[in-house]
Write a protein that binds this ligand. Structure first.
Ligand SMILES: Nc1ncnc2c1ncn2[C@@H]1O[C@H](COP(=O)(O)OP(=O)(O)OP(=O)(O)O)[C@@H](O)[C@H]1O
Length: 237
């Protein structure tokens, strides 16, 4: 499903990601943890096709990441700090814009469905500039799943969310996981990670230093292990 072979990234002569290789089978929910500056966001940008690797290759559902086709873009959804929303457009208009770009079938009913999913159906006609940070984050989740991607990338999705929005996000992620979609999440929030995901990667200084199935690990056990691996404090988003 996602195959990463020897990818590295150097910026301005500095090696930020050392060659890393791993495969993520269909339906797996992978979380990447690591201290500040480990290279998580850079890895995220590489995998979500926002920036090309310096070396190595990425293959998504058998398609090379070098192929910039709409077909490849349709395979992935991205939730990051950047909401990719237009302030002056309403929730409906934003989703129409993306839905048309991704050639979503039965777009109007799919838009209503995803807005219900994230609890924003009452705000369908409101401009995004009137939305709180958490509401914008919810709408960016709706945008990212609108075209039913088989692979969803999430970079610190919990930042700025209230308890209700965290619950909505967790429910959405759980449903996507149950639907056997593949999820790849970067977070500092290891408690959510342990509850939801079934594989943990720890990145430090641009290298993967831990890669294991997470099912059944208690949070205090993992916290101890993590501190042994990277030292310092485990931070929460
Ligand atoms: N465009 C860039 N130019 C130069 N250095 C960069 C650039 N982007 C990232 N870096 C450096 O690469 C390293 C990894 O950064 P990255 O943002 O990927 O880490 P991170 O694990 O996401 O950190 P955080 O948890 O703080 O968000 C850092 O030392 C950072 O300064």
């Amino acid at each position: 499903m996602l195959a990463v072979k020897d990818i590295s990234k150097s910026i301005g002569g500095k090696n930020i990601i050392h060659p890393v290789s791993f495969e993520v089978p269909e339906g797996q929910f992978v979380t990447v943890l690591g201290p500040n500056g480990a290279g998580k966001s850079t890895l995220f940008k590489l995998l979500s096709l926002a920036t090309p690797p310096t070396t190595g290759s990425i293959t998504i559902n058998g398609k090379s990441a070098k192929d910039k086709s709409v077909a490849l873009r349709k395979e992935i959804g991205v939730i990051s700090h950047h909401t990719f929303l237009y302030d002056n457009l309403s929730a409906l208009e934003n989703l129409r814009f993306y839905g048309q770009a991704y050639e979503v079938k039965n777009l109007e009913s799919r838009i209503k469905e995803v807005l219900r999913y994230v609890g924003l159906q009452l705000y369908i006609h409101d401009p995004v500039r009137t939305f709180s940070r958490g509401m914008q984050q919810r709408l960016s989740i709706a945008r990212a799943i609108l075209h039913s991607p088989s692979l969803l990338f999430l970079d610190e999705p919990y930042t700025g969310l209230d308890q209700q929005a965290i619950q909505i996000l967790n429910d959405v992620l759980q449903s996507l996981h149950n639907e056997k979609r593949t999820l790849f999440m970067i977070t500092h929030n290891y408690e959510e990670a342990l509850t939801l995901s079934n594989r943990l990667l720890v990145l430090a200084k641009g290298s993967i230093i831990y890669d294991d199935i997470s099912t059944g690990i208690r949070s205090d056990e993992f916290r101890r292990l993590y501190l042994q691996l990277v030292g310092g404090e485990v931070t929460r988003a």
